[in-house]
Ligand binder design. Structure first.
Ligand SMILES: *Cc1c(COP(=O)(O)O)cnc(C)c1O
Length: 478
């Protein structure tokens, strides 16, 4: 399996190479040269696999520089009931991502039972293991630099903490995370974890990370790596639960299902798109945004207009508060038949004019045929959805998952099961849950008293040079 850049001007690479880097050297994103395929027969043989077995079968198709046995050992060490089953204490913890039917035709795929109570653990925990074995093989170190609006940062830190070959520098926007999210990250006292609290919004944090990645000399000198949602290892790890959800919801591989995905940076839903390209029978991928509706605007009109920092709303589903969607480039690359020149034109337009428009072009019907549809959810919608889901089904969902359910119901089709991805547990967002149902969400016992623990972080301005010199001073292996 070879990987190519969406912009067509970076060297071809293999899985382990792109695992440790972020953007390609031409500013593009790496994608497999061609998507591996899964036949219906193969899919049927996967029905009896456990989650770690399925993970190794799916991921193996994207990797040819890690042995099959080693990968299987790694997935079974990572995807354990102990690591992914303690949040709710369910009896089906060994499923890792249990499917829960709310009513016939409507299900919730639980992706948030890992150590930081969000779906990002599923990919990040594996990434921790993949990083460590690849660094050991090469005798190298890595300085992970990332930006987070909450969930990515904690998932990354919990996956990388205590790993001596890795330091983590995580930029988070001041005052934009929930008290729980903040405490979850800032209370870690591992020597290899550095929380940088940036006086700015998430997109400024993300821009600084991009600026660091674009400085090739700095990047090489300090062995800078990325765990943001553009990391291909994360995308691949997330593909697994689309297969798992499909297999749990169907009896035969002739059936189709749809998935509803609360979206921000287009990482999670991109994995669904990859699964569909591999041949998984997915009817629709329903993309839900919150008030930050860049992607909903695109799927309705063909206009992709990134927002300015000032236009980014602070919402009660903060992990979806984005101004542009960093993984979207991979989807557009597929839509335009993988033409790097055309892709560069669109992104040039985006950089100079802040938007490109596919509506009315010959490309627009291809987007229409992609199976991706979208919708938008507001604070009122999400509070109402949390309440009605609780009243009807006796289950409390988090605000992001509620956005997904709200939009899923707008696109549900009688004959096709709709699987809503649960992207976080409500315990992370008590303020909104209290507003919706008048009571605080249950909190897993491991998190009792979290906000009272001592916090450790570096407050800094949104200044990439200052942040670079901090990283240079504290980098591992330099
Ligand atoms: C990260 C996150 C999202 C958005 O996922 P993307 O991959 O960025 O689209 C949605 N919900 C929660 C809870 C998240 O943590």
């Amino acid at each position: 399996m070879q990987y190519v850049s969406t912009r067509g001007r970076a060297p071809i690479a293999r899985f382990s190479d792109i695992l440790l880097s972020g953007l390609a050297s031409d500013g593009g994103l790496y994608v497999p040269e061609a998507y591996p395929r899964v036949t219906a027969t193969e899919l049927d043989t996967w029905r009896s696999l456990s989650y770690p077995e399925l993970a190794s079968a799916v991921i193996q198709k994207f990797v040819d520089d890690i042995g099959a046995q080693e990968l299987a050992t790694l997935t079974s060490a990572i995807y354990t009931a102990a690591r992914f089953g303690n949040a709710r204490g369910d009896s089906n913890a060994a499923d890792i991502t249990p499917l829960r039917w709310l009513e016939p035709g409507l299900a919730l795929l639980e992706l948030s039972n890992g150590p930081t109570l969000a779906f990002k653990d599923l990919a990040m925990q594996l990434l921790g293991g993949l990083f460590e074995r690849t660094l050991a093989e090469r005798g190298e170190h890595l300085n992970v630099v990332g930006a987070t609006s909450g969930d990515t940062g904690s998932a990354a830190e919990y996956a990388m903490r205590g790993r001596p070959s890795i330091n983590v520098f995580m930029l988070s926007p001041k005052g934009r995370m929930s008290a729980f999210q903040r405490a979850q990250m800032y209370s870690l006292d591992d020597a290899n974890i550095f929380n940088i609290e940036v006086d700015g919004v998430f997109d400024q944090c993300q821009d600084i990370v991009k600026a660091i990645a674009a400085d090739l000399e700095f990047k090489q000198r300090y062995r800078i790596g990325s765990v943001n949602s553009i990391n291909w290892g994360r995308v691949v790890a997330q593909v697994v639960y689309y297969f798992k959800g499909y297999l749990a919801a169907t009896q035969s591989s002739e059936q189709t299902v749809s998935f509803a995905v609360p979206s921000g940076n287009f990482g999670n839903i991109l994995s669904g798109w990859v699964a569909k390209q591999m041949g998984l029978p997915i009817a629709r991928l329903v993309l839900a945004t919150n008030e930050n509706d860049v992607l909903d605007e695109f799927f309705r009109s063909g206009r992709y207009r990134v927002r300015s920092h000032g236009e980014t709303h602070i919402t009660s589903s903060p992990s979806m508060d984005i101004a542009k969607a960093s993984n979207f480039e991979r989807f557009i690359f597929d839509i335009i038949d993988r033409d790097p020149e055309l892709l560069r034109e669109f992104w040039w337009e985006l950089d100079t004019r802040g938007e490109f428009h596919l509506g009315g072009t010959p490309i627009w019907p291809i987007v229409g045929a992609s199976g991706l549809v979208s919708g938008r959810s507001t604070h009122t919608d999400r509070v109402r959805t949390i309440r009605t889901t609780y009243e009807r089904h006796g289950i409390v969902v988090d605000p992001h998952t509620a956005d997904g359910i709200k939009v899923a119901l707008e696109h549900i089709d009688r004959d096709v099961p709709m699987i809503c991805l649960e992207t976080a547990l409500p315990a992370k967002f008590s303020e909104t849950i209290i507003e919706a149902i008048g009571a605080a969400p249950e909190r897993p016992s491991a998190y009792a008293g979290l906000e009272a623990r001592a916090q450790r972080f570096e407050p800094m301005d949104a200044d990439s040079e200052r942040i670079k010199s901090f990283i240079a001073q504290h980098a591992v292996g330099s």
